[in-house]
Design a protein around this ligand. Structure first.
Ligand code: AMP
Ligand code: GLY
Length: 456
């Protein structure tokens, strides 16, 4: 198949690798891609968010499938323009992508589809905002309505900080004040053909910059999959996934279909598992980064078949995608100063020494034969192994080989889940072993006082 992949991050590198791993002879081109992607497939540099440029190129290229990685092209209407040419597109229309592009739109859809989410009120002025803050109480959750590159959300007990955040975003439109949800976060990706959905395997993301969930929010510093701690609350992963499909994904997809804005592509459900049950924190209209790197590393079903079926209304015919039972862990190598002021232009040394992991590039450039870093999240290192302990060892051994002045990465990705796994195997035979240390992993989502967001 001739496949055009839009985007330039580690997520898109992981998508390209999954397509190549099928060994199906696909011809793949990435726009604009990155240096890591360019080492594997053809890349063409132009603005992937320009609907006319993309549609013209897709036609000229003879694309049989266009895969849209990031949200910007979706919000810009790239999928609509390409679909008008009759080319299958994995990625929702501009209207359906409002599920990610507008928090108010997402809240309205959830209310009408009776999907469980935090209570929220809209505020259009500081007066309305202050009233809402008093109604909900601390910790306060204030969200900008539109896309804000991950910076639109603040979770804080500091009322003045909440008001300041709102004051800034009120200049651009309404803000949402939301009930604070307490629990553990899960990212669940579902393929949608506009009517039916198929689930991928759940993952956990680490949003804060530093170990122990300290520091500013980022686009994501690491992830792991699967999530053994879903048990025993759900007997199997499929039970959890089916509950999300029944209570969240299918109702939303059917409502959008009924409204004439079918959602075709990847529905990213950002969920909080609270004591009262599953609640939606947010939807995204595309794969998450860095969760995709771990989820696709475990996928056994050919990705192109899933995406093409989604793009052409054929998901009902397919069984659930298969995943290898192995543990996958990804850790992001970040440039000095990320997320506020990432330093670019420094040389990355040691890639040739890295063994036994997948390296998904994000912000690298090949200048002559030197790898030069061009942004904040430089690359993801992904380890896959029968246990989380072994997967982590691979990841951290590989990161130990890399030299980049001032760079950093989190050392605690999947640490708690690996510790639980070791405790369970030492204590094999004892029924409760698998769930004992579940709570320790949840510092990120349990913390009541989080700062503002960071760049995605
Ligand atoms: P979002 O951009 O909506 O994903 O929000 C960014 C992060 O803020 C989420 O991943 C959560 O960690 C946190 N967050 C968002 N909404 C809530 C909420 N209602 N309660 C608690 N934490 C939240
Ligand atoms: N990792 C969070 C996101 O992709 O939005």
């Amino acid at each position: 198949m001739r496949i055009l992949v839009l985007g330039s991050g580690a997520r898109e590198h992981a998508i390209v690798k999954a397509l190549l791993a099928e060994e199906a002879g696909h011809e793949i081109t990435a726009v604009p891609g990155n240096a890591g992607i360019a080492a594997e497939v053809e890349t063409v540099r132009f603005d992937a968010s320009n609907p006319v440029l993309v549609a013209d190129y897709a036609k000229e290229y003879g694309a049989e499938l266009v895969v849209i990685g990031p949200e910007a092209p979706l919000i810009a209407g790239v999928a609509d323009r390409v679909r008008m040419l009759g080319i299958p597109v994995f990625g929702p229309s501009k209207d359906a992508a409002q599920l990610e592009g507008s928090k108010a739109f997402a809240k309205r859809v959830m209310a009408e589809a009776q999907v469980p989410t935090g209570q929220a009120t809209r505020a259009a002025s500081l007066d309305e905002l202050e009233t809402a803050l008093d109604v909900f109480g601390a910790p306060y959750v204030v969200k900008a309505d539109g896309l804000a590159a991950g910076k639109g959300v603040i979770v804080t007990s500091d009322r003045d900080a909440a008001v300041d955040h709102a004051r800034f975003y009120l200049q651009q439109g309404q803000v949402l004040v939301e009930e604070h949800l307490r629990g553990r976060e899960v990212s669940l990706f579902l393929l949608s053909d506009g009517h039916d959905v198929l689930p991928l395997s759940p993952a956990q993301d680490y949003k804060r910059a530093f170990d122990g969930d300290e520091g500013p929010n980022t686009g994501g510093m690491g992830a792991y999959s699967p999530l053994p701690w879903l048990q025993p609350q759900w007997e199997t992963e499929a039970d959890f996934v089916d509950e999300v499909i029944d209570t969240v994904a299918r109702p939303v997809i059917r409502l959008l279909e009924a409204e004439g804005t079918p959602f075709v592509g990847l529905l990213y459900c950002g969920l909080m598992i609270t004591d009262a049950g599953i609640r939606v924190i947010e939807f995204n209209a595309r794969f998450g980064d860095p969760e995709t790197q771990v989820v696709l590393a475990r996928l056994e079903t050919p990705l192109s078949e899933l995406m093409l079926a989604a793009a052409t209304g054929g998901l009902a015919r397919l069984p659930y995608p298969r995943f290898r039972p192995d543990a996958a862990v990804s850790t992001v190598l970040a440039s000095a100063g990320y997320p506020e002021n990432p330093v670019a232009g420094r040389q990355l040394i040691g890639l040739d020494r890295v063994r036994d992991v997948i390296v998904d590039h994000a912000a690298t450039a090949l200048v002559e034969d030197r790898w030069i870093v061009s942004g904040g999240r430089v690359l993801s290192v992904v380890g896959v192994a029968p246990t989380f302990t072994a997967a982590r060892e691979k990841v951290y051994a590989a990161l130990g080989e890399l030299e980049l002045e001032g760079s950093f990465y989190r050392r605690d990705i999947a640490a708690a889940v690996a510790a639980s796994e070791r405790a369970a195997s030492e204590d094999a035979g004892s029924e409760s072993a698998g769930s004992e240390s579940v709570e320790s992993e949840s510092a990120e989502s349990e913390s009541a006082d989080q700062g503002g967001g960071g760049p995605a």
